[in-house]
Design a binder for this molecule. Structure first.
Ligand code: MG
Length: 374
């Protein structure tokens, strides 16, 4: 299936089209058993449908970590997609999970809040590894209770937002082609942050008048230049700009926020709960990702913090399989915006979970994450 057919099919909710790829699992697998509990970690190589380029990296594959948690005959699966920006990789995530296997092995998963808190205490960094543990425990808990995770969190699946579809940095000709192929999605997110920004947006606008979200991924380092670019983007049908400048340039970002003619969203600037109060007056909205914050529990708490402080909120993602994307989707009725398309970029997704119809996220109503094999 070529990219055009795939995107159209995915837009119609056809994630069945994803190719099964369990055989592509790498050879690294760790297991522990004690009593009725077993925990396995598995590094898996996601093959991308097209080279994915942002200001940070360019790649044709991503290695992610799965955690398979089994207890009392119920199994839960979690995924972590390590973020290069934070110097994480799959081996490091696996080592982090391995370091707490004895503790997981002897813990009561119905007390998952205590278990996750202990993981956060024992493991430094390795947020994707923590996310994989958290998601596996949440999947297990949902199955134990017999409810889908959105129901566990008290959310209405009909409140799930529309997701955008992301267009990575490319030549104008390929950008135009990608935009045409994303016809099923009503909102696009355009990656910028290089000297080619104007020609990228011009290429997009030559083929669509859809609303655009723009993500500079910290790419603009001069605040005056950033202000001019945002002013220009405000005349191009752009609805907000994400992380226009480097995460630690808070004073420049505040200056930019005071002048910006578009709402600004923080992503790389917002990683931990303590970051959120510092970003009042710097951004209008914040982007949360399970791999950045350490899982569903932490993300739920941070979204509530952000809402209480007056921020709009978004759930975003890394390039991931349907395991991680579905976990985020179960929390998506909480947020104003969704950028949960990472699984649509993958050619060998081993799972099916959340689907997308005309951009609308449709949550599975099976217990836990509600995943099926692809
Ligand atoms: Mg971003």
């Amino acid at each position: 299936m070529n990219r055009r057919n795939f995107v159209q099919t995915a837009g119609l909710g056809g994630l069945l089209a994803c190719l099964p790829g369990k055989s592509l699992a790498l050879a690294d697998e760790k297991k522990t058993t004690k009593g009725g509990t077993s925990v396995e970690t598995d590094i898996y190589r996601l093959k991308l449908r097209h080279t994915w380029t942002t200001t940070m990296s360019s790649s044709t594959y991503r290695d992610i970590l799965y955690v398979h948690y089994n207890h009392d005959g119920i199994s839960g699966v979690g995924e972590g997609a390590p973020i290069v920006r934070y110097k994480e990789d799959a081996k490091g995530a696996q080592a982090a999970v391995d370091s707490v296997l004895p503790m997981l092995d002897s813990s009561d998963p119905t007390q998952f809040e205590k278990v996750i808190s202990e993981v956060f205490t024992r493991v430094s960094g390795q947020w994707a590894g923590k996310a994989a543990i958290d998601i596996a425990l949440m999947d297990w808990m949902g199955k134990k209770l017999g409810v889908p995770l959105y129901e566990y969190f008290g959310l209405d699946p009909k409140d799930a937002p529309v997701t955008d579809f992301s267009i990575g940095i490319d030549t104008p000709a390929i950008t135009r082609e990608k935009v045409k192929e994303a016809a099923a999605f009503p909102i696009l997110k355009i990656k910028v942050g290089l000297d080619t920004d104007e020609q990228t947006i011009a290429a997009v606008r030559s083929v669509t008048d859809k609303p655009l979200r723009v993500d500079a991924n910290e790419g603009w380092t001069d605040r005056e230049v950033a202000a001019r670019k945002i002013d220009w983007l405000s005349k191009q049908g752009v609805v907000f700009v994400e992380q226009p400048m480097p995460a630690d340039r808070i004073d420049d970002l505040r200056w930019l926020h005071e002048r910006a003619s578009l709402p600004l969203m923080g992503d790389e600037s917002c990683r931990h709960p303590a970051d959120i109060p510092k970003l009042v007056g710097v951004f209008d909205a914040l982007n949360f990702k399970l791999d950045k914050t350490g899982g569903m529990m932490q993300t739920y708490m941070m979204i509530q913090m952000a809402r209480a402080l007056g921020f709009k909120t978004m759930l975003g993602c890394m390039v991931s399989s349907s395991c991680s994307i579905t976990a985020a989707a179960h929390l998506s009725p909480l947020v104003d915006y969704a950028d949960l398309d990472g699984n649509l970029l993958v050619a060998n997704d081993p799972y099916r979970g959340v689907t997308v119809k005309d951009g609308q996220l449709i949550l599975p109503n099976r217990p836990g994450l509600g995943l099926l094999s692809a």
